[in-house]
Design a protein around this ligand. Structure first.
Ligand SMILES: *[C@@H]1O[C@H](CO)[C@@H](O)[C@H](O)[C@H]1NC(C)=O
Ligand SMILES: *[C@@H]1O[C@H](CO)[C@@H](O)[C@H](O)[C@H]1NC(C)=O
Ligand SMILES: *[C@@H]1O[C@H](CO)[C@@H](O)[C@H](O)[C@H]1NC(C)=O
Ligand SMILES: *[C@@H]1O[C@H](CO)[C@@H](O)[C@H](O)[C@H]1NC(C)=O
Ligand SMILES: *[C@@H]1O[C@H](CO)[C@@H](O)[C@H](O)[C@H]1NC(C)=O
Ligand SMILES: *[C@@H]1O[C@H](CO)[C@@H](O)[C@H](O)[C@H]1NC(C)=O
Ligand SMILES: *[C@@H]1O[C@H](CO)[C@@H](O)[C@H](O)[C@H]1NC(C)=O
Ligand SMILES: *[C@@H]1O[C@H](CO)[C@@H](O)[C@H](O)[C@H]1NC(C)=O
Length: 757
């Protein structure tokens, strides 16, 4: 059943892709050549053309075939090649790896063609930056006129920034300022794979200007300036601000109409690394399962970024089911999505009883009662009632729905919600009540008045309809409800672990607000907003969660500019919380059961505490290679990743011993010890004592039983002994381990799959 839902989604996307693809037998390949020592970009290009000419036959043909040249942070190119040419080229000595350019998509639920809503972390004051931080946004561009990108109060652009303000359609030098300090756009890969941008007959700008809204939303969530009284036409009215309002933004537009070509993404990463960004925020990704790290553009590009100390924060995906987490490489901060304590409620008044609570965006005059009819009772001639209940195209009889509010069901969880209202409107209907298991995660903007209710609320409604000859209902104007409990809860759509590639690393790493987030929008993007031209919009997705984590990384970076990407990640993870505002463990929105580290990783983002975590788990790219070696990677694969000849140690460290801030053992047979090393980044002397939460069926102990630090920067290693006494029956058991200095715990979740005792 689950597989089917995911599969349906994939078929849908594949259809779109194949439909848009050209019928050329040549395909778009990324040719990765690793580090280089050429003097400049031109020299790399010329060498690339030489390499390519060896298979295309001539320099001329080589120049025609080449699309992107990766010349700055690593060497390579992308080109249109026949499979034969590609094969030949992959045997060339200078070529490290060669793989087809695939497609990523943006991680809003809007990318499933539906859109939902709630908001940003209450009204807490934003944390100030201690020093300049530059965040690279790989997304759909930016709407530069939004008040969120005002540069009031910012100092001159940091001199170390080497990026550019690339001009283009409706985007001039004036659109960059001290907030948007760089803007580039990439479409070669996309257009080669799917046809020219013009051929889509949709609104777009051939520049960094955002026609989609997604890029403006994520950019303003990271570093938007403080804008009072922002709202979606009065809903969520309040101060909009990014998590790090003092940070700078470098815009890399890589997505068009929701899709992003890997070749373009890699080109943007090549530039971003070399432009000097401190953080990369990536709210897009491949469909699950996670592709091999050795042939995935985001994994390869982010590995280079990690080596240079750049934190790559990326969305975990919106696929909802176990094992679907993507952007899951151990050098990426993978971000899940959870709710905040805000809802947008709309009530349904039936003629006879107390109102039923729904969620919606109803902003017009909605005081009238209308007749209510179930879609299944309004089937078009020849259509079975069950088909009509889904309110799809040509299934409803216009004479039976005219002037009425229609009650609709979903056929599959991930289907388009908005179009149902479009079909109802076409048939003369005036409203929609949608019964949806994701009602709390997904607030849809319908073209007519509409609310979404949970299946638990449905029986009362359906009973009322059945018991009256002429049932009537009224849908109220939407209101913003604050301080709702419990919050946070894990969004049902948020992709879950375990990590299908390296199960000894818990993924996702962290959760952050990703349900109904208000942020800047592109007013020309009206398809998902019921035709409204909005400056601020409310969206949901791990796409919205990722920039919250990127902002936290920016704040930490500004306090500790010399910290490695791993140290910053560690600070974010070990300070996360797992308790909601009802003082229970964070639960799943789906069914109110307790969530696990495979839902939220180390827990919910806690930026205030993350600035001073006390202890840090650090690791570098050599440790990562060791991890990959322990998972059986061969030198050729490692070379594919790093671009250099790499050798595995004769006995690589087991992957569960990577000095990661969380702990997982995917294959535990009897007693096992795990090692970690912490670096003390506190002031003066300090004593830490352990706190252990044993996973079910496993006894955990620690040696030594206390850690005594005398100076900043000091490192100490400890050992955790796991003694299992019960097998975990093929699933994982979860616990936690923390070092506490009396005040601040430094916590790591534990996930163990006990095969035998
Ligand atoms: C590494 O690259 C080579 C050459 O492109 C390719 O044949 C091989 O399959 C790659 N290995 C992996 C694990 O992707
Ligand atoms: C392009 O879109 C417009 C507006 O949606 C529509 O009227 C027109 O028919 C479309 N053209 C093509 C060639 O599809
Ligand atoms: C938002 O709230 C402010 C202050 O309460 C009010 O003045 C303003 O009219 C509100 N905006 C909207 C669009 O409701
Ligand atoms: C409510 O129901 C009663 C009884 O069926 C009917 O007389 C009355 O007109 C209804 N009111 C509205 C607002 O539809
Ligand atoms: C009703 O729905 C089923 C399943 O989606 C489909 O196979 C069938 O063709 C539909 N029937 C009609 C008359 O639309
Ligand atoms: C709640 O949902 C989760 C995830 O699908 C599932 O594993 C769990 O068994 C469910 N719990 C209940 C009580 O239905
Ligand atoms: C596992 O460790 C426990 C506690 O140290 C010990 O009693 C037990 O004998 C060990 N089991 C094996 C198989 O070594
Ligand atoms: C594994 O299954 C056994 C037998 O059903 C049960 O007693 C035990 O509690 C299970 N262990 C875990 C960790 O779920």
């Amino acid at each position: 059943m689950r597989a089917t839902i995911v599969f349906t989604l994939l078929i849908l996307w594949n259809f779109v892709l194949v439909h848009g693809a050209t019928s050329n037998t040549k395909r778009h390949y990324i040719v990765y050549m690793g580090h280089h020592s050429y003097k400049n970009s031109e020299a790399v290009k010329s060498a690339n053309h030489d390499t390519l000419a060896s298979v295309t036959g001539s320099h001329n043909a080589a120049q025609n075939a080449a699309l992107h040249h990766y010349t700055r942070s690593f060497r390579g190119f992308s080109a249109m090649l026949t499979p034969d040419q590609a094969n030949k080229l992959s045997e060339s000595d200078s070529v490290i790896s060669l793989f087809e350019s695939k497609t990523s998509k943006i991680h809003t639920t809007h990318s499933w063609k539906f859109l939902n809503m709630k908001s940003v972390l209450g009204s807490k004051q934003p944390l100030e930056l201690k020093s300049d931080v530059i965040i690279g946004m790989l997304d759909s561009g930016v709407w530069p006129e939004s008040k969120s990108f005002d540069d009031y109060g910012l100092d001159a652009v940091p001199k170390r920034f080497k990026g550019e303000c690339v001009t283009g359609e409706h985007f001039s030098m004036h659109n960059c300022n001290r907030k948007i300090i760089g803007a580039r756009y990439y479409s070669k890969g996309y257009e080669q794979e799917y046809g020219s941008l013009e051929s889509f007959n949709l609104t777009f700008y051939r520049s960094a200007r955002d026609a989609d809204g997604h890029g403006s939303h994520t950019a303003s969530t990271v570093a938007g300036s403080v804008v009072p009284y922002s709202s979606l036409l009065g809903l969520a009215n309040g101060t909009a601000r990014g998590g790090a309002p003092g940070a700078r933004l470098a815009i890399y537009k890589v997505c068009w109409f929701g899709f992003c070509s890997d070749a373009d993404v890699l080109s943007a990463m090549d530039d971003a690394i070399s432009d000097g960004v401190d953080i990369m925020s990536i709210s897009l990704g491949p469909d699950p399962p996670q592709p091999s790290y050795f042939s995935d553009a985001i994994s390869i590009g982010s590995f280079h970024a990690f080596q240079k100390g750049i934190v790559v924060s990326a969305s975990a995906g919106n696929s909802g089911f176990p094992g679907t987490v993507t952007n899951a490489a151990p050098w990426i901060l993978s971000v899940a999505a959870s709710t905040i304590d805000r809802e947008f409620d709309s009530l349904i008044y039936l003629n006879n009883s107390k109102p039923i609570k729904g969620h919606g965006v109803n902003l017009g005059n909605t005081n009238n009662y209308y007749e209510l009819v179930a879609g299944s009772n309004a089937a078009a001639p020849g259509v079975p009632a069950i088909n009509a209940s889904f309110c799809k195209e040509n299934t409803l009889d216009p004479t039976l729905i005219k002037g009425k509010i229609i009650v609709c069901m979903l056929e599959t969880v991930f289907e388009d919600r908005r179009e149902k209202a479009v079909f109802i409107k076409k048939g003369g209907g005036v409203g929609i009540i949608l019964i949806d298991p994701l009602a709390e995660d997904l607030l849809v903007q319908f073209v007519i008045q509409g609310v979404v209710i949970s299946p638990e609320a449905a029986p009362e409604l359906l009973a009322y309809i059945a018991s009256y000859k002429k049932p009537m209902a009224r849908i109220t104007h939407s209101v913003t409800v604050l301080s709702t409990k419990p919050a946070p809860e894990m969004a049902t759509f948020s992709s879950k672990g375990p990590n299908s590639r390296t199960p000894d690393i818990i993924k996702p790493d962290i959760t952050a607000p990703g349900v109904n987030i208000l942020a800047a929008w592109s007013p020309v993007s009206t398809e998902s907003t019921a035709g409204r031209e909005l400056d601020y919009n409310i969206l949901s997705g791990t796409s919205m969660a990722c920039p919250h984590a990127s902002a936290a990384a920016a704040i930490i970076k500004s306090y500790h500019p010399s910290w490695s990407a791993a140290a910053i990640k560690s600070a974010i993870m070990t300070t996360a919380f797992v308790i909601d505002n009802d003082l229970n463990y964070i639960r799943l929105n789906l069914n109110n059961t307790r969530a696990s580290p495979f839902d939220y990783g180390s827990g919910h983002l806690n930026p205030g505490r993350a600035i001073n975590p006390g202890l840090v788990y650090d690791y570098d790219s050599n440790d990562i290679l060791d991890l990959l070696c322990s998972k059986g990677a061969n030198p050729a694969q490692l070379k594919n990743l790093t671009g250099k000849v790499e050798h595995c140690k004769s006995s690589p460290t087991p992957s569960y011993n990577l000095n990661y801030p969380s702990i997982a053992v995917s294959n535990m047979r009897g007693n096992l010890s795990v090692y970690r090393t912490v670096t003390y980044y506190g002031e003066g002397r300090n004593l830490y004592i352990p706190k252990i939460d044993n996973p079910s069926g496993v006894k955990v102990s620690v040696t030594p039983t206390q850690l005594r630090f005398y100076a900043y920067g000091e490192k100490l290693t400890y050992r955790l002994d796991f003694v299992p006494y019960e097998v975990s029956n093929g699933s994982y058991v979860f616990g936690a381990f923390a070092w506490i200095d009396g005040v601040n715990p430094v916590t790591s979740p534990i996930a163990l799959n006990v095969i035998s005792v």
